[in-house]
Design a protein around this ligand. Structure first.
Ligand code: SF4
Ligand code: SF4
Length: 290
């Protein structure tokens, strides 16, 4: 258990950065904001007037670019160290009472949902929508419910089938995807606790590499419990020594490709901002905010 608790700070730091960014603004212009209501893209405290069409393309470009950059640099380590789903895994281990577990998971889901919507509608305005029970508030509620059900019921299934990050990581040719290894076959008592606890269906870490592994570390913890009781030994499954620090998990080649992807992504966004071809398409978004 202790090993996973050490990982919690990297996940909490990611969550903190994700939730704080929508609040950061200078004179009303945000660090990053896709302001659909005002037809404005705000970045680095600068505001660019855009059409709705341009904004949609910018959101998609940045989203795909971010996933690609993270995939090339962090690969599956992102799943185990930084993804909120991994934080949900730790919460599952810490809180056994179902009511407390639900309350903590729902709070996490709500925070994530609120922050996600706050990238598209300023956070302080969102608070007002909450007071008035506006459309944006309902939207936050729907996303929070979706996150809660993923974290409570479909975590492994979502991670290995639906997650766009996983989809791209599965098709990219990268070697360093698996960090957990099964080391001591002779000591294994074949209890299969590691297989039963794994959130991914039919994944047996004892058979070696499987790129569906979401790096959650539950198998390591399950085996630690079994082995401690059975023979006072440590887990037969563990992270490879070189993978134990999140800082070691950057792939050098991936970092170069990630930087290239990032530069291309910024180039596309610049092109979209500078291109008047899309300007004709203005939708009236205000109805979303009533
Ligand atoms: S939990 Fe440990 S002892 Fe049990 S089957 Fe898995 S590796 Fe073997
Ligand atoms: S093999 Fe272990 S680390 Fe990988 S998903 Fe299953 S339980 Fe998590």
């Amino acid at each position: 258990m202790a090993k996973r608790e050490i990982l919690a700070p990297s996940m909490l730091a990611t969550l903190f950065v994700y939730t704080i960014i929508p609040w950061v603004n200078f004179d009303g212009i945000h660090f990053l904001m896709f302001h659909f209501e005002q037809h404005r893209f705000e970045f680095l405290f600068m505001a660019f007037e855009t059409s709705t069409h341009q904004l949609i393309y910018i959101v998609l470009t940045l989203f795909i670019g971010l996933i690609l950059t993270l995939n090339f640099t962090l690969s599956r380590f992102f799943c185990g160290y930084y993804c909120p789903s991994a934080l949900a895994t730790i919460i599952h281990l810490k809180f056994k009472n179902p009511f407390v577990l639900f309350a903590v998971i729902f709070s996490l889901a709500f925070l994530l949902a609120f922050s996600t919507v706050a990238y598209f509608s300023p956070a302080y305005e969102l608070l007002i929508h909450f007071k008035e029970f506006g459309m944006a508030a309902i939207f936050v509620g729907i996303i929070a419910t979706l996150f809660t059900s993923i974290f409570l019921l479909f975590r492994g299934w979502y991670c290995s089938i639906l997650c766009p990050y996983y989809f791209i990581s599965a098709i990219l040719p990268q070697e360093e995807k698996q960090t957990f290894e099964f080391k001591d076959k002779e000591s294994c008592i074949e209890c299969n606790k590691c297989v039963k606890i794994c959130p991914v269906d039919d994944l047996d870490i004892k058979n070696g590499f499987d790129e569906r592994c979401v790096q959650c570390g539950l198998c390591e913890i399950a085996c630690e419990d079994v082995m401690m009781k059975h023979s006072n030994k440590h887990s037969l499954i563990s992270k490879r020594e070189k993978d134990k620090s999140p800082l070691n998990n950057f792939s050098k080649n991936g970092l170069v490709i990630g930087i290239i992807v990032f530069v291309i992504m910024i180039g596309i966004v610049y092109f979209l901002l500078d291109n008047s071809l899309l300007d004709y398409c203005y939708f009236e978004n205000k109805v979303l905010y009533r």
